[in-house]
Design a protein around this ligand. Structure first.
Ligand SMILES: Cc1ncc(COP(=O)(O)O)c(C=O)c1O
Length: 398
């Protein structure tokens, strides 16, 4: 009855936990939610003011599909300032969030049967979009023992004659890991020789907590510009998830194809959002820095609290706003998977976490620290209590 291409595409594995959390909330329980994938801060005032001004001036009509020139120029200026790369407005197209940036890319590049290499643990949308266009995701695993590092040789070893693209996500969801510039350079050198596209999901590009080099746009532009797509988003950096603002930076020839796809589907992103985005990109970046500082404090705190239990093995992530601990040391005969752990943690302690199964990583949990320090402390205490409740059983089983 429905299109065959959907047979391979999964629904989110987090739905069950979310539905259960909602049930508990409605029943009046104090639920601590560590599953949120968005900043808990409001959109900065000057961005909202620009949107109000746009409304007052009746800036409410269709715009160019790719976005107003003023905004595309603002993006070019931002990437010049942040990364030292020269982008022209013909290489920029505004999308309804990073999601549409990636989906336009999948539609424009992939044929049935093409292979796309990406790394796990992954944000599920990446492989599911590949499947939606009937291409095949090829997954290169990474491990916590190795800080979830993506190694160029492993990615390159996955290349076959069918490989059309490599999708990288850095900082990564759910791990918060960064991909080294040197790894991206080595991947790009080979991709350039074999005409393979590289797509980088930079959705968390402004949420990096360590002073480490991470100029992936420049690394790619220097080596492989004619087959690079940067998929970007205002959602996390500017606390603008609901506004739906993302963009691609890609060769002008590909951007033209994006124009065709978007022109026949959604057309331009919301006119008012575009004016807000001009303010976000050209105005003070201080609010971004303030949010980043607060996220860093929270990361340090919750990482310290949870790893006080040595069975919670957790790399301190360098970016995004998630911890991704390995909790397999806590599993027992009755709580035998991270899915079961998440479900029991919710039932017994009313804490919502996302089980690793959602990211092709059983044995892990994703804990979002996009919530107040107070709630983090409360949730961490409950998690530690739950972990301890499992440990005697574990000891006696030995
Ligand atoms: C890794 C990653 N990329 C892209 C996105 C897309 O976000 P949006 O469509 O809100 O820009 C998300 C959202 O959670 C994400 O985690």
């Amino acid at each position: 009855m429905f299109a065959e291409r959907l047979a391979q595409v999964s629904e989110s594995a987090t739905m069950k936990v979310a539905a259960e959390a909602e049930r508990l909330r409605r029943a009046g329980h104090d639920v601590v939610d560590f599953s949120v994938g968005e900043p808990d801060f409001p959109t900065p005032e000057h961005i909202k003011a620009a949107a109000k001004d746009a409304l007052d001036k009746n800036f409410t009509r269709y715009t160019a599909v790719a976005g107003i020139p003023e905004l595309r120029e603002a993006i070019c200026a931002r990437y010049k300032a942040d990364y030292g790369i020269g982008v022209t407005p013909a290489e920029v197209l505004m999308t309804f969030g990073g999601k549409q940036a990636l989906f336009n890319t999948a539609l424009a590049l992939l044929n049935k049967g093409d292979e796309v290499i990406t790394h796990a643990p992954f944000w599920p949308t990446i492989p599911e979009q590949v499947k939606l266009v009937e291409a095949t995701p090829i997954i290169v695993p990474t491990t916590w023992q190795d800080s979830f590092a993506v190694h160029a040789d492993k990615v390159l070893a996955a290349i076959t004659p069918k490989t059309k693209a490599i999708i990288l996500n850095s900082p990564g969801n759910p791990t918060g890991a960064l991909i080294d510039e040197s790894a991206v350079a080595a991947i790009a050198d080979t991709a350039a020789k074999r005409s393979i596209w590289i797509v980088v999901d930079l959705c968390y590009e402004h949420l990096i907590y360590e002073d480490v080099p991470h100029n992936l746009p420049k690394v790619l532009f220097d080596r492989h510009r004619d087959r690079t797509v940067l998929a970007c988003s205002a959602s996390k950096a500017y606390a603008m998830t609901g506004w739906r603002a993302g963009w691609t930076i890609a060769p002008a020839s590909l951007t033209k194809i994006f124009n065709t796809i978007q022109g026949q589907t959604t057309s331009n992103i919301t006119s008012v959002t575009q004016k807000a985005m001009v303010a976000a990109l050209t105005g003070s970046q201080q609010p971004v820095a303030a949010m980043r500082d607060e996220f860093r404090r929270r990361r340090d705190s919750i990482h310290g609290w949870l790893t006080a239990n040595p069975a919670i093995q957790c790399v301190k992530p360098k970016g995004a706003f998630y911890l991704f601990p390995n909790i397999s040391g806590l599993l027992t005969d009755t709580v035998s998977s991270s899915l079961e752990f998440a479900s029991q943690l919710l039932e017994k302690e009313h804490v919502v976490v996302t089980p690793g199964e959602a990211f092709d990583a059983p044995g892990y949990l994703r804990i979002s620290y996009a919530t107040s320090m107070e709630r983090l402390r409360e949730g961490a205490d409950r998690m530690l209590r739950f972990a301890e409740s499992l440990q005697p059983a574990k000891a006696s089983a030995r």
